[in-house]
Design a protein around this ligand. Structure first.
Ligand code: ZN
Length: 298
């Protein structure tokens, strides 16, 4: 499980992997493992024919760098991948809220010594003098914002921008795919596009009706955009319940990826696929982690 392929300086969650490290990862996967399409992997899980050391590469969220930075690497090694797209971020003039939030709180700049903010009827205040202060505030605020609807988070970002003496501007390195980029990815033989909801909510916090709208709505929107069937889904933040799982199945998907750390095995539930979250590891650490991942039988 990857997210962004980019050289960036501030990533507390290490969700961005540098293009150099990514190229080394893919080369190693091609040489030592058996990279497959996610759809093929799912079929072989179902019929019990999963070859040893099979891997499927996935990207969550739908960043532009998946096309500009990841695809050239995938092409050079002829390795397929699935990209899970959050449909409201297609052609958006806004960065995903979590990237903007990081930018205002953590980018090096002079900010007030304290951040006071109202979030969902609660008043919060954090010291913001040191980077450690701001990292702690970032973590708490991210947890508070994650379940909130898009317009509420939008208002919080307006407040944060003013607090930071900055403004909300789309940085090219953080943009999500444009419509032409999405079309280019959809038409590429190595790429499969999957759905990742409309707005990236925490699905279990929504009513079943709203969950279903997010799930089936993202499938419908994406199919309309790319004129292809969309059969794979990834739970935003990996959050799901048995009810969510059933709704994804009912929405007509063939499979769903979680963020539960682990390998897939023949006979696994294909609506609860485990994944390995890859960080910006150099090749030595990538090899070490992958080997441990495949050898750990616990
Ligand atoms: Zn996501």
């Amino acid at each position: 499980m990857y997210h962004r392929i980019s050289d960036t300086s501030i990533e507390p969650n290490w969700l961005a992997v540098s293009p150099k490290n990514f190229a080394a990862h893919v080369q190693y996967l091609k040489q030592t493992f058996n990279p497959m399409r996610l759809t093929d992997l799912v079929e072989s899980i179902k019929d019990g024919s999963l070859p040893d050391r099979s891997v499927a590469i996935t990207f969550d969220d739908g960043y532009s760098d998946n096309l500009t930075h990841a695809l050239p690497v995938l092409e050079s090694f002829a390795v397929p991948a699935t990209i899970f797209v959050t449909t409201t971020y297609v052609d958006s003039n806004r960065e995903p809220w979590w990237d903007e939030m990081k930018h205002f709180l953590l980018a090096p700049r002079c900010v007030p010594a304290q951040l006071s903010i109202q979030v969902a009827d609660g008043d919060y205040s954090w010291p913001t003098v040191t980077l450690e202060d701001r990292l702690a505030a970032h973590q708490e605020l991210e947890n508070l914002m994650r379940p909130l609807p898009v317009p509420v988070n939008d208002a919080i970002l307006d407040h944060l921008a003013t607090w930071a003496g900055s403004h909300r501007k789309l940085r090219p390195a953080y943009r999500t795919v444009t419509m032409p980029q999405l079309t280019q990815l959809a038409e590429h033989p190595l790429i499969e596009l999957g759905a990742h909801t409309l707005t990236h909510p925490i699905l279990p916090t929504l009513t079943p009706e709203d969950q279903f709208n997010e799930i089936v709505g993202s499938r419908y929107m994406l199919e309309k955009m790319i004129h292809q069937p969309v059969l794979s889904f990834a739970y935003p933040n990996g959050d799901f319940t048995e009810e969510t799982r059933k709704l994804v199945n009912a929405a007509g998907f063939n499979t769903a990826c979680t963020t539960i750390n682990g390998r897939v095995e023949p006979g696994d539930d294909v609506f609860c696929l485990r994944r390995c979250a890859v960080n910006d590891w150099d090749i030595a650490l990538f090899k070490k982690n992958l080997e441990a991942f495949f050898h750990d039988r616990s």
